[in-house]
Design a binder for this molecule. Sequence first.
Ligand SMILES: CC(C)(COP(=O)(O)OP(=O)(O)OC[C@H]1O[C@@H](n2cnc3c(N)ncnc32)[C@H](O)[C@@H]1OP(=O)(O)O)[C@@H](O)C(=O)NCCC(=O)NCCS
Length: 159
Amino acid sequence: MEDADVIFDKYAQDPDVTKYLTWRPNRSIGETREFLEASLVAWREGRSYHWTIVRKEDQELMGMINASIENHKWQIGYVLARAYWGKGYMTEALRKLVAWALEQPEICRIWSVCDIENRASARVMEKAGMRREGTLPRWSVHPNLSPEPRDSYCYSVPR
Ligand SMILES: CC(C)(COP(=O)(O)OP(=O)(O)OC[C@H]1O[C@@H](n2cnc3c(N)ncnc32)[C@H](O)[C@@H]1OP(=O)(O)O)[C@@H](O)C(=O)NCCC(=O)NCCS
């Protein structure tokens, strides 16, 4: 919870960051705190895990990566503040998480989706060794782009 201010300031309120996401930019720090509270409850219940991504050299909080668990399937999501885009950080984080997950006997499928126009996200998944399985028509509403469900690419690594 002590990261709420930084998360709000650095990316949760940024319309460029949330453009392809399923949520609208946070309008207040209260919304960021609510999200963090829900994430902590989900962690305790083993439904999903959110990790902040912190740069080793200066302990800067840059973003977050998370896994939602459904039995043997782990769905990954991630977000990075704009100031840190294009430096390979998310590829590094996702590669680590995928490598770790593939070593866990109870995890058989790591997967994720992204809006078909979210080229950076698709590229990150490819660089992390995930394979595009196909297009999911009308999969997800990305409210910052349109109220209509949009097509997504589905990526995975099965084990
Ligand atoms: C998607 C996101 C996490 C990428 O993080 P990042 O640390 O900048 O990613 P990396 O630097 O590891 O790799 C980005 C890759 O995408 C490429 N890329 C970036 N923008 C691109 C674009 N518009 N078109 C094509 N490729 C693009 C980069 O060139 C790089 O590939 P390369 O190494 O082959 O050159 C970051 O942009 C982000 O947080 N976006 C907003 C939130 C989001 O969309 N999350 C994913 C939801 S599915």
